[in-house]
Design a protein around this ligand. Structure first.
Ligand SMILES: [Fe+2]
Length: 374
């Protein structure tokens, strides 16, 4: 639209029709008249009109063919087209409308009626465009706000997980490493279609990141227990064990206002079930076999492996082969046998991640190893 006036292309091989149409419309719109479809497409290279009035019967390229080409090209597909024709049969009209024309005006036409119909079509197009612009703006605004909320959520999440990690993890990196081990296992499940029913139902975008909250319940455990330089007493260990249920409950509280959040759904399961054991001897519920959610069975392997290869106040890091041996000894006791077998296949990759961190872990004066995790 230029200077508030809308632009109309009038395409007709009959010069009288072109003159008549132009005469009716020129006081209200900027009119470009042309005698053929070929000329129409030449001008469309330079100007995009608000409406095209298209004669059907023309030599070389008829109106149907021109309309098909208009609709097939992205640049012109949204330009509304009204057919002008001397044909007066319902079949021709239907064909034109089926091809995407918005109206079909029979010649000869009454000038006031013709003008009014054009005016109505342009008004309708203007409203549709305004609605589309509004929707596009709204969509952009929603995307921007959603991005802000996700960024805020991630920064709060990072702060919480770092708080847990700083208090508990002497060497750092536990959360990052366990996520990497977990990803190895999940990728293997996917590629070999193992536990496919569960895995295919997961939103994988959230699964691995949500594992970082698995020990969030340790926020409620005292420093004296978390950082005790030696084996925990029975009572202390019982207190430490509460972190699984505390973490699960904390995430459950958040879920009251975000019940359909996939991230929290997985995070709650990781927190509440990562210390369950395949033989039922784990905590907090003593779940057994497939009663333990797959997320918990996966996290058990990743979490224990990392506890074994990491430096803690009460132990030196074990070598990757020693950690591998302990995990495999736990097959059908601590660990799901299927996952233990997958772990065995992935052991070189686990060792690579472990080696990367172990080189930084060798410190003097560390205590004897204790293959326990909490
Ligand atoms: Fe834990």
């Amino acid at each position: 639209m230029k200077n508030g006036r809308q632009t109309i292309f009038l395409v007709d091989d009959n010069m009288t029709n072109l003159t008549t149409g132009k005469t009716i419309l020129k006081d209200h719109y900027d009119i470009f008249s042309m005698p053929s479809g070929v000329k129409l497409f030449e001008l469309l290279e330079k100007i995009t009109p608000d409406l095209i009035l298209l004669d059907i019967e023309m030599p070389e390229m008829d109106g149907y063919e021109a309309l098909k080409r208009l609709k097939s090209e992205k640049k012109t597909s949204d330009i509304p087209v009204v057919f002008l024709t001397a044909r007066n049969d319902p079949g021709s009209e239907l064909e034109g409308l089926n091809l995407g024309a918005i109206d079909y005006i029979s010649k000869p036409f009454s000038p006031p009626l013709f003008l009014k119909r054009i005016e109505n079509h342009l008004l309708s197009q203007t409203r549709q465009r305004a609605l589309k612009d509004y929707n596009d703006n709204l969509q952009q605004m929603v995307q921007k706000r959603t991005k802000q909320v996700v960024e805020l959520q991630n920064s709060i999440l990072n702060t919480v997980t770092e708080m847990v990690e700083f208090r508990d993890d002497v060497t750092g990196g536990h959360i990052e490493r366990t996520q990497r081990y977990l990803k190895l296992l999940v990728d293997k499940l996917l590629s070999e279609r193992i536990y496919w029913k569960e895995v295919s139902a997961w939103n994988l975008e959230f699964l691995v990141p949500s594992a970082q909250l698995h020990d969030v319940g340790k926020i409620a455990i005292s420093d004296a227990i978390l950082n005790k330089p030696g084996k925990l007493s029975f009572e202390e260990f019982e207190t430490m064990k509460k972190h699984a249920a505390i973490g699960e409950a904390a995430i459950e509280v958040i879920m009251k206002t975000n019940s359909d959040n996939d991230f929290l759904h997985h995070a709650k399961i990781f927190a509440g079930t990562h210390h369950e054991k395949w033989d039922g001897s784990g905590y907090p519920r003593g779940l057994k076999h497939s009663m333990i959610p797959l997320q918990g069975r996966l996290m058990a392997v990743a979490d224990v492996y990392d506890a074994l290869i990491a430096l803690r106040p009460y132990k030196q890091p074990l070598s990757a082969p020693e950690a591998e041996r302990i995990i495999l000894e736990g097959r059908e006791k601590h660990f799901d046998p299927v996952l233990a077998d997958l772990f065995q296949e992935l052991a070189p990759e686990f060792a690579m991640i472990a080696e990367h961190c172990n080189s930084a872990l060798q410190k003097e004066g560390a205590a004897d190893p204790l293959p326990a995790t909490a």
